[in-house]
Design a protein around this ligand. Sequence first.
Ligand SMILES: Nc1ncnc2c1ncn2[C@@H]1O[C@H](COP(=O)(O)OP(=O)(O)O)[C@@H](O)[C@H]1O
Ligand SMILES: [Mg+2]
Length: 263
Amino acid sequence: MTAPTQELGSGRTDGQRPAVRLDAVSKVYGRGASSLLALDKVSLDAAQGEFVCLLGASGCGKSTLLNLVAGLDRPTTGTIETGERKIAMMFQEPALFPWLTVSGNIELALRVQGLDRTARRARAAELLDVVHLGGFAKKRPHELSGGMRQRVSLARALAQEADLLLMDEPFGALDAMTRDLLHDELERIWRERNLAVLFVTHNVREAVRLGDRVVLLSSRPGQVIEDYPVRLPRPRRTESAEVAELAGRITERLKEEVSRHGR
Ligand SMILES: Nc1ncnc2c1ncn2[C@@H]1O[C@H](COP(=O)(O)OP(=O)(O)O)[C@@H](O)[C@H]1O
Ligand SMILES: [Mg+2]
C-alpha cells in the first residue's frame, strides 16, 4: 500500500520514509576504564506526523538520544537518518536571551531564513499568536511566568519551520495546570503542522496524554524495552481514567525495570 505524500508547510516531502530512523545506535562516553555506555543498540523510528514519547528513568540516556538526533553529538556506532528534514529542539530551560524582547528572541531565529526586518517582526507576531502570547511581544523574558517563557521557546522552535521537533522534558519545571494548557497547545500545533515529535519525559501520564506511542527505555544503558501504542481518542485528559489505566501499566513495567537495576 502506498501512503499518500504529505504536503508539509515547508514544502519538503519525503514519501514513505520515516521522519527519523535510528538503527542500532550506541553511545559510549569517555574512553578506557572510565568509559560509560549510555545507549545500547537503540533502534527506533517515527513517521512524519507521529508523536512519539520517550520515557525512562533519569540517567537512562534520553537527552543523549535527543542530542544525537539533533546532530549535537555523534553515535559511537549505529546510524541515524532524518533525511533532509529541518530539526528544532526545545529544552527544559527556555534559554531565552534576557536582553532581547520576546519578539526579538523569535526574530533572531528568523534571521537565518533571510527575512528582512519588517517580515521578521510580522512573522514573530504571528508565531506569538499561535502560542497565545499576542500581547507580549515587547516584554522581556524576566517579566514572564515560567509557562509563558516556555511558550516563547516553543514559538522560537516553530520559527525554524522544522518538520521534526525534539523536546527534552520541556514542561518538567511547570506546575500541573500550566502543563495541561501547554499540552493542549502543543497537540494543536503538532496536528496543524503535521510535525514528527520526539518528546522526552520521565512523567508517565504526560507520555500517555501526548503520545501516539510511548517508547520505554531501560535504565542505563538505555535500550528500548517496550513500545506501547496509545489508541485513546484525542484530546485526552491527563487525569482521565483511560490515561491513568495505561499509565499504571507502564509504571509497573518501569518499576520492574528500575528494581532490576537495584536503584
Ligand atoms: N557529555 C557526557 N559525558 C559523559 N557522560 C555523560 C555525558 N552526558 C551524559 N552522560 C552520562 O550518560 C548517562 C545518560 O545521561 P542522559 O542522556 O543525560 O540521561 P537522561 O536524559 O535520561 O537523564 C548518564 O549516566 C550521564 O551521566
Ligand atoms: Mg535528560
